[in-house]
Design a protein around this ligand. Structure first.
Ligand code: SF4
Ligand code: SF4
Length: 293
């Protein structure tokens, strides 16, 4: 556990804190955590309970992040903690991202203890060129990301954030100098989708895609196409047009949905739908890739 950087103490005697790592900007009472379940108010200070803890660490091909246009053919040392600021019913990693709902959840003692130095050493020992902060949402453990990223950079490694893009501008400014690449989910192009399916909002994600690009970070975008939810021609066209308005060279990954977590009754995305989306995407963008096929 380590004190967070991205928060402020609230005025008053009740020791509330306001986190500004992500756009939920939770006001957190003493003894409680924010929506993400990992940032906790202890005696009027906000702590990151998962600092120095990982639940998942693997050597992955960089293409699995997915990043197809950044150091292709190399390996990424991938780490994740637990918790998330979103509540996606289709989450593929719900066992860790929504771990607070599980009976095994033990605040602050969940996962393996590890220092930033050990993570960097393991990445180098495994001949990885990059460290990827992934599996669950890295915005919620951004101070840990930063400490690892600073050390990684000193040792010649690059840093990759795989994110839902819901961080605040302050958080983006905090982490951007240490990042080389990002894969940002653009899950749909309506606020309703974000509200209903993720308990979040669309606009901050669009803002962060623009910000990251402006800061010169290599970005690729991913959209999971869910039948009947975000796969209309009109919506696909809007996503492609938006990405092109930022830069037509930004790669777009359109991913196939399989029934998962709270969406077990939904159907698998038909290949024809994916191909249709690819065709629309290619009208506006130079690089469109289909995933999970
Ligand atoms: S990271 Fe987001 S969800 Fe978590 S406490 Fe901070 S504002 Fe709330
Ligand atoms: S943002 Fe990603 S990790 Fe978080 S619940 Fe949604 S799909 Fe899962």
């Amino acid at each position: 556990m380590k004190e967070c950087k991205l928060y402020e103490k609230q005025k008053g005697k009740d020791k509330k804190t306001r986190c500004f790592a992500c756009e939920h900007k939770c006001i957190i009472s003493e003894g409680k955590t924010g929506i993400c379940a990992v940032r906790k108010n202890v005696d009027g200070k906000l702590y990151l309970t998962v600092y120095g803890r990982v639940i998942s660490k693997n050597v992955d091909p960089i293409e699995k992040k997915p990043l197809y246009h950044f150091l292709p053919g190399t390996k990424a040392y991938s780490i994740g903690t637990f918790g998330c600021n979103f509540r996606c019913g289709f989450c593929q990693n719900y066992d860790i991202s929504q771990a607070q709902e599980s009976e095994d959840y033990m605040e602050g003692v969940f996962g393996e203890k590890i220092t930033p130095k050990q993570i960097v050493k393991e990445a180098i020992d495994n001949k990885c060129k990059t460290i990827a902060y992934t599996y669950n949402e890295p915005t919620i453990f951004i101070e840990f990301v930063k400490d690892v990223a600073v050390l990684a950079k000193k040792k010649g490694l690059k840093n990759i954030l795989v994110t839902n893009g819901f961080m605040t501008k302050k958080c983006m400014d905090f982490i951007a100098p240490h990042l080389d690449a990002m894969n940002i989910d653009l899950k749909a192009f309506t606020d309703d989708f974000y509200k209903e399916n993720c308990k979040a909002r669309l606009k901050p994600v669009l803002d962060n895609i623009k910000r990251a690009h402006k800061k010169g970070i290599h970005i690729e975008i991913t959209t999971l196409l869910i039948p009947g939810k975000n796969d209309s021609k009109k919506e696909i066209e809007k996503i492609a047009k938006f990405i092109a308005s930022v830069n037509e060279n930004i790669p777009w990954h359109i991913s196939r949905f399989f029934p998962m977590y709270k969406m077990l009754k939904e159907k698998v995305t038909k290949i024809e739908k994916l191909e249709q989306a690819e065709k629309i995407g290619k009208k506006y963008l130079k690089h469109v890739h289909l995933g999970n096929v």
